[in-house]
Design a protein around this ligand. Structure first.
Ligand code: CAA
Length: 295
Protein backbone atom coordinates (compact mmCIF):
# COMPACT_ATOMS: atom_id res chain seq x y z
CA UNK A 1 0.00 0.00 0.00
CA UNK A 2 1.01 3.64 -0.33
CA UNK A 3 1.24 3.95 3.44
CA UNK A 4 3.74 1.11 3.86
CA UNK A 5 6.03 2.15 1.01
CA UNK A 6 7.92 4.92 2.81
CA UNK A 7 8.79 2.52 5.62
CA UNK A 8 10.14 -0.08 3.19
CA UNK A 9 12.19 2.64 1.57
CA UNK A 10 13.48 3.95 4.89
CA UNK A 11 14.98 0.55 5.66
CA UNK A 12 17.12 0.72 2.54
CA UNK A 13 19.08 3.78 3.71
CA UNK A 14 21.98 3.40 6.15
CA UNK A 15 21.35 6.95 7.39
CA UNK A 16 19.83 6.95 10.90
CA UNK A 17 20.01 10.67 11.63
CA UNK A 18 20.07 13.49 9.13
CA UNK A 19 21.33 17.06 9.55
CA UNK A 20 20.06 19.87 7.32
CA UNK A 21 21.88 23.21 7.19
CA UNK A 22 19.75 26.22 6.23
CA UNK A 23 16.03 26.70 6.90
CA UNK A 24 15.26 28.44 3.62
CA UNK A 25 12.76 27.09 1.10
CA UNK A 26 15.05 24.23 0.02
CA UNK A 27 16.26 23.19 3.50
CA UNK A 28 12.73 23.15 4.88
CA UNK A 29 11.47 21.01 2.02
CA UNK A 30 14.37 18.57 2.42
CA UNK A 31 13.86 18.33 6.20
CA UNK A 32 10.13 17.78 5.76
CA UNK A 33 10.45 15.05 3.13
CA UNK A 34 13.19 13.28 5.14
CA UNK A 35 10.99 13.30 8.26
CA UNK A 36 7.72 12.47 6.49
CA UNK A 37 8.69 10.01 3.76
CA UNK A 38 12.02 8.50 4.90
CA UNK A 39 10.84 8.78 8.54
CA UNK A 40 14.27 10.00 9.65
CA UNK A 41 15.03 12.12 12.71
CA UNK A 42 16.24 15.46 11.31
CA UNK A 43 18.20 18.27 12.97
CA UNK A 44 17.61 21.53 11.15
CA UNK A 45 20.32 24.14 11.67
CA UNK A 46 19.95 27.85 10.99
CA UNK A 47 21.60 30.78 12.71
CA UNK A 48 18.34 32.77 12.58
CA UNK A 49 15.77 31.65 15.15
CA UNK A 50 13.05 33.55 13.31
CA UNK A 51 13.74 31.55 10.16
CA UNK A 52 13.44 28.29 12.11
CA UNK A 53 10.15 29.33 13.77
CA UNK A 54 8.70 30.34 10.41
CA UNK A 55 9.96 27.11 8.86
CA UNK A 56 8.46 24.79 11.46
CA UNK A 57 5.08 26.53 11.05
CA UNK A 58 5.32 26.13 7.27
CA UNK A 59 6.04 22.40 7.64
CA UNK A 60 3.08 21.99 9.99
CA UNK A 61 0.82 23.70 7.47
CA UNK A 62 1.93 21.38 4.66
CA UNK A 63 1.39 18.34 6.89
CA UNK A 64 -2.07 19.60 7.85
CA UNK A 65 -2.91 19.78 4.15
CA UNK A 66 -1.67 16.20 3.68
CA UNK A 67 -4.01 15.13 6.48
CA UNK A 68 -6.94 17.14 5.05
CA UNK A 69 -6.36 15.44 1.68
CA UNK A 70 -6.21 11.99 3.32
CA UNK A 71 -2.64 11.45 2.19
CA UNK A 72 -1.41 10.68 5.71
CA UNK A 73 -3.07 10.09 9.05
CA UNK A 74 -2.98 12.83 11.70
CA UNK A 75 -0.82 10.46 13.84
CA UNK A 76 1.74 10.16 11.03
CA UNK A 77 1.73 13.93 10.54
CA UNK A 78 2.30 14.50 14.28
CA UNK A 79 5.10 11.90 14.27
CA UNK A 80 6.72 13.56 11.24
CA UNK A 81 6.86 17.03 12.81
CA UNK A 82 8.20 15.52 16.06
CA UNK A 83 11.12 14.05 14.12
CA UNK A 84 12.33 17.56 13.24
CA UNK A 85 14.39 19.36 15.87
CA UNK A 86 16.19 22.67 15.45
CA UNK A 87 19.53 24.11 16.45
CA UNK A 88 21.57 27.24 15.80
CA UNK A 89 24.91 25.42 16.09
CA UNK A 90 26.72 22.83 13.98
CA UNK A 91 28.17 21.48 17.23
CA UNK A 92 24.88 19.57 17.60
CA UNK A 93 25.75 17.50 14.50
CA UNK A 94 28.19 15.21 16.36
CA UNK A 95 26.09 12.04 16.05
CA UNK A 96 24.47 12.45 12.63
CA UNK A 97 25.29 10.14 9.69
CA UNK A 98 24.63 12.53 6.85
CA UNK A 99 24.27 16.27 6.35
CA UNK A 100 22.52 18.06 3.50
CA UNK A 101 23.64 21.68 3.27
CA UNK A 102 21.11 24.06 1.71
CA UNK A 103 22.31 27.62 2.33
CA UNK A 104 22.34 30.33 -0.34
CA UNK A 105 24.32 29.90 -3.53
CA UNK A 106 27.63 31.39 -2.37
CA UNK A 107 30.89 29.51 -2.83
CA UNK A 108 32.81 31.10 0.05
CA UNK A 109 29.90 30.54 2.46
CA UNK A 110 29.52 26.91 1.41
CA UNK A 111 33.25 26.24 1.73
CA UNK A 112 33.31 27.72 5.22
CA UNK A 113 30.28 25.65 6.29
CA UNK A 114 31.94 22.48 4.95
CA UNK A 115 35.14 23.26 6.84
CA UNK A 116 33.00 23.62 10.00
CA UNK A 117 31.03 20.43 9.26
CA UNK A 118 34.33 18.61 8.88
CA UNK A 119 35.17 19.68 12.43
CA UNK A 120 31.88 18.82 14.12
CA UNK A 121 30.67 15.65 12.38
CA UNK A 122 32.01 12.14 12.93
CA UNK A 123 34.65 11.00 10.40
CA UNK A 124 32.35 8.59 8.57
CA UNK A 125 29.52 11.12 8.08
CA UNK A 126 28.56 11.96 4.50
CA UNK A 127 28.41 15.66 3.66
CA UNK A 128 26.08 16.55 0.79
CA UNK A 129 25.46 19.96 -0.71
CA UNK A 130 22.25 21.06 -2.39
CA UNK A 131 24.22 23.49 -4.56
CA UNK A 132 22.59 24.05 -7.92
CA UNK A 133 25.78 24.90 -9.79
CA UNK A 134 28.93 25.32 -7.66
CA UNK A 135 31.77 22.80 -8.10
CA UNK A 136 31.42 19.81 -5.74
CA UNK A 137 35.13 19.13 -6.21
CA UNK A 138 35.95 22.59 -4.86
CA UNK A 139 33.55 22.35 -1.89
CA UNK A 140 34.99 18.89 -1.08
CA UNK A 141 38.51 20.31 -1.08
CA UNK A 142 37.54 22.52 1.90
CA UNK A 143 37.32 19.32 4.02
CA UNK A 144 39.64 16.52 5.15
CA UNK A 145 37.18 13.89 3.89
CA UNK A 146 36.63 14.84 0.28
CA UNK A 147 35.68 11.24 -0.60
CA UNK A 148 32.55 11.70 1.58
CA UNK A 149 31.39 14.94 -0.06
CA UNK A 150 28.76 14.87 -2.81
CA UNK A 151 26.17 17.01 -4.61
CA UNK A 152 22.52 16.26 -3.91
CA UNK A 153 20.51 18.74 -5.92
CA UNK A 154 16.82 18.84 -5.02
CA UNK A 155 14.29 20.75 -7.13
CA UNK A 156 11.92 23.41 -5.80
CA UNK A 157 9.34 22.81 -4.33
CA UNK A 158 11.05 19.80 -2.77
CA UNK A 159 7.86 18.11 -1.50
CA UNK A 160 6.38 18.15 -5.02
CA UNK A 161 9.27 17.64 -7.47
CA UNK A 162 10.28 14.04 -7.96
CA UNK A 163 13.91 14.48 -9.02
CA UNK A 164 17.21 14.61 -7.19
CA UNK A 165 20.26 15.26 -9.35
CA UNK A 166 23.29 13.52 -7.83
CA UNK A 167 26.73 14.91 -8.54
CA UNK A 168 29.88 13.09 -7.47
CA UNK A 169 32.96 15.33 -7.32
CA UNK A 170 36.37 14.21 -8.49
CA UNK A 171 37.19 12.79 -5.05
CA UNK A 172 33.78 11.23 -4.18
CA UNK A 173 33.88 7.50 -3.38
CA UNK A 174 31.45 5.01 -4.91
CA UNK A 175 30.26 4.10 -1.38
CA UNK A 176 29.29 7.76 -0.83
CA UNK A 177 27.47 7.79 -4.18
CA UNK A 178 25.54 4.60 -3.34
CA UNK A 179 24.55 5.83 0.14
CA UNK A 180 23.35 9.13 -1.30
CA UNK A 181 21.24 7.44 -3.97
CA UNK A 182 19.75 5.18 -1.27
CA UNK A 183 18.79 8.19 0.86
CA UNK A 184 17.19 9.98 -2.10
CA UNK A 185 15.22 6.82 -2.91
CA UNK A 186 14.14 6.50 0.74
CA UNK A 187 12.87 10.09 0.42
CA UNK A 188 10.70 8.96 -2.49
CA UNK A 189 12.77 10.67 -5.18
CA UNK A 190 14.11 9.50 -8.53
CA UNK A 191 17.83 10.12 -9.09
CA UNK A 192 19.81 11.14 -12.12
CA UNK A 193 23.60 11.51 -12.09
CA UNK A 194 25.54 14.40 -13.58
CA UNK A 195 29.23 15.06 -13.89
CA UNK A 196 30.60 17.92 -11.81
CA UNK A 197 30.41 20.70 -14.42
CA UNK A 198 29.03 24.26 -13.89
CA UNK A 199 25.21 24.02 -13.70
CA UNK A 200 25.16 20.20 -13.89
CA UNK A 201 22.34 19.05 -16.21
CA UNK A 202 19.22 20.74 -14.74
CA UNK A 203 20.48 24.31 -14.69
CA UNK A 204 22.61 23.99 -17.80
CA UNK A 205 19.29 23.57 -19.62
CA UNK A 206 16.85 25.54 -17.44
CA UNK A 207 18.78 28.75 -16.73
CA UNK A 208 19.60 29.74 -20.34
CA UNK A 209 15.84 29.33 -21.04
CA UNK A 210 14.92 31.63 -18.12
CA UNK A 211 17.72 34.07 -19.02
CA UNK A 212 16.51 34.18 -22.63
CA UNK A 213 12.97 34.94 -21.41
CA UNK A 214 14.33 37.90 -19.39
CA UNK A 215 16.30 39.07 -22.45
CA UNK A 216 13.06 38.81 -24.47
CA UNK A 217 11.40 41.11 -21.90
CA UNK A 218 14.44 43.42 -21.90
CA UNK A 219 14.29 43.72 -25.70
CA UNK A 220 10.63 44.77 -25.56
CA UNK A 221 9.56 41.85 -27.74
CA UNK A 222 6.54 41.10 -25.54
CA UNK A 223 5.08 41.90 -22.11
CA UNK A 224 5.96 39.76 -19.10
CA UNK A 225 2.43 38.31 -19.15
CA UNK A 226 2.60 37.43 -22.85
CA UNK A 227 6.02 35.78 -22.54
CA UNK A 228 4.74 33.62 -19.69
CA UNK A 229 1.40 32.83 -21.34
CA UNK A 230 3.18 31.83 -24.55
CA UNK A 231 5.23 29.20 -22.74
CA UNK A 232 2.49 28.14 -20.31
CA UNK A 233 -0.33 27.65 -22.77
CA UNK A 234 1.77 27.19 -25.90
CA UNK A 235 4.31 24.71 -24.58
CA UNK A 236 2.46 23.32 -21.55
CA UNK A 237 5.05 24.52 -19.04
CA UNK A 238 3.52 24.43 -15.52
CA UNK A 239 4.65 28.05 -15.02
CA UNK A 240 5.87 30.69 -17.47
CA UNK A 241 9.66 31.28 -17.36
CA UNK A 242 9.38 34.72 -15.70
CA UNK A 243 7.04 33.45 -12.98
CA UNK A 244 9.43 30.53 -12.50
CA UNK A 245 12.41 32.93 -12.22
CA UNK A 246 10.60 34.85 -9.44
CA UNK A 247 9.69 31.55 -7.79
CA UNK A 248 13.31 30.30 -7.81
CA UNK A 249 14.63 33.75 -6.79
CA UNK A 250 16.28 36.18 -9.22
CA UNK A 251 19.42 36.25 -7.05
CA UNK A 252 19.70 32.46 -7.37
CA UNK A 253 19.12 32.60 -11.14
CA UNK A 254 21.82 35.27 -11.49
CA UNK A 255 24.27 33.38 -9.28
CA UNK A 256 23.82 30.22 -11.35
CA UNK A 257 24.25 32.07 -14.67
CA UNK A 258 27.45 33.65 -13.32
CA UNK A 259 28.85 30.29 -12.21
CA UNK A 260 28.18 28.85 -15.68
CA UNK A 261 29.52 31.93 -17.50
CA UNK A 262 32.67 32.18 -15.37
CA UNK A 263 33.21 28.42 -15.37
CA UNK A 264 32.94 27.93 -19.12
CA UNK A 265 33.64 31.37 -20.63
CA UNK A 266 30.86 30.53 -23.08
CA UNK A 267 28.78 33.55 -24.15
CA UNK A 268 25.64 31.43 -24.24
CA UNK A 269 25.64 31.68 -20.44
CA UNK A 270 25.97 35.50 -20.27
CA UNK A 271 23.48 36.83 -17.67
CA UNK A 272 20.87 39.31 -18.86
CA UNK A 273 21.60 42.93 -17.91
CA UNK A 274 17.99 43.29 -16.70
CA UNK A 275 18.39 40.27 -14.40
CA UNK A 276 21.49 41.88 -12.87
CA UNK A 277 19.66 45.20 -12.48
CA UNK A 278 16.68 43.65 -10.69
CA UNK A 279 18.99 41.87 -8.24
CA UNK A 280 20.93 45.12 -7.68
CA UNK A 281 17.62 46.78 -6.81
CA UNK A 282 16.88 44.06 -4.25
CA UNK A 283 14.04 42.69 -6.39
CA UNK A 284 14.70 39.02 -5.71
CA UNK A 285 11.34 37.59 -6.76
CA UNK A 286 8.48 36.16 -4.76
CA UNK A 287 10.44 35.93 -1.50
CA UNK A 288 11.17 39.71 -1.41
CA UNK A 289 7.71 40.83 -2.53
CA UNK A 290 8.95 42.06 -5.88
CA UNK A 291 10.79 40.56 -8.82
CA UNK A 292 9.69 40.54 -12.41
CA UNK A 293 6.18 40.66 -10.92
CA UNK A 294 4.90 42.34 -7.75
CA UNK A 295 3.58 40.10 -4.93
N1 CAA B 1 6.00 23.67 -1.01
C1 CAA B 1 5.25 22.56 -0.96
N2 CAA B 1 4.23 22.28 -1.78
C2 CAA B 1 3.95 23.20 -2.71
C3 CAA B 1 4.66 24.40 -2.84
C4 CAA B 1 5.73 24.63 -1.94
N3 CAA B 1 6.50 25.71 -1.98
N4 CAA B 1 4.14 25.10 -3.86
C5 CAA B 1 3.13 24.38 -4.35
N5 CAA B 1 3.01 23.25 -3.66
C6 CAA B 1 2.02 22.17 -3.86
C7 CAA B 1 0.66 22.73 -3.62
O1 CAA B 1 0.39 22.79 -2.25
C8 CAA B 1 -0.21 21.72 -4.34
O2 CAA B 1 -0.36 20.57 -3.56
P1 CAA B 1 -1.74 19.77 -3.53
O3 CAA B 1 -1.80 19.03 -4.80
O4 CAA B 1 -1.61 18.94 -2.34
O5 CAA B 1 -2.81 20.83 -3.39
C9 CAA B 1 0.66 21.32 -5.53
O6 CAA B 1 1.99 21.74 -5.20
C10 CAA B 1 0.19 22.02 -6.78
O7 CAA B 1 0.15 23.41 -6.50
P2 CAA B 1 -0.94 24.41 -7.09
O8 CAA B 1 -2.18 23.62 -7.44
O9 CAA B 1 -1.08 25.54 -6.15
O10 CAA B 1 -0.27 25.05 -8.35
P3 CAA B 1 0.36 24.36 -9.63
O11 CAA B 1 -0.50 23.29 -10.16
O12 CAA B 1 0.76 25.49 -10.49
O13 CAA B 1 1.66 23.66 -9.11
C11 CAA B 1 4.02 23.85 -8.96
C12 CAA B 1 2.67 24.38 -8.48
C13 CAA B 1 4.17 22.39 -8.54
C14 CAA B 1 5.08 24.69 -8.28
C15 CAA B 1 4.05 23.94 -10.52
O14 CAA B 1 3.70 25.24 -10.92
C16 CAA B 1 5.40 23.60 -11.11
O15 CAA B 1 5.72 22.45 -11.28
N6 CAA B 1 6.18 24.65 -11.46
C17 CAA B 1 7.51 24.47 -12.00
C18 CAA B 1 8.44 24.16 -10.88
C19 CAA B 1 9.84 23.94 -11.37
O16 CAA B 1 10.17 24.02 -12.53
N7 CAA B 1 10.71 23.67 -10.41
C20 CAA B 1 12.11 23.52 -10.67
C21 CAA B 1 12.76 24.82 -10.41
S1 CAA B 1 14.45 24.75 -10.75
C22 CAA B 1 15.13 24.15 -9.39
O17 CAA B 1 14.54 23.92 -8.40
C23 CAA B 1 16.57 23.91 -9.49
C24 CAA B 1 17.47 25.02 -9.27
O18 CAA B 1 18.62 24.76 -8.98
C25 CAA B 1 17.10 26.43 -9.44
Amino acid sequence: TGASRPLARAMSTQVQRLGVVGAGQMGLGIALVAAKVAKLPVILMDTKQEQIDKGLKFMEKLLEKDVAKNRISSEDAAAAIKRVTATSSLKDFSDIDMVIEAVSENEILKQSIFAELDKWTKPEAILATNTSSISITKIAAATQKADRVIGMHFMNPVPVMKLVEIIPGLQTSSATLDATKALATAMGKTCTTSQDVPGFVANRLLMPYINEAIMTLESGIATREDIDTTMKLGCNMPMGPLTLADFIGLDTCLAIMKVMYDGTGDSKFRPSVLLQKYVDAGWMGKKSGRGIYEY
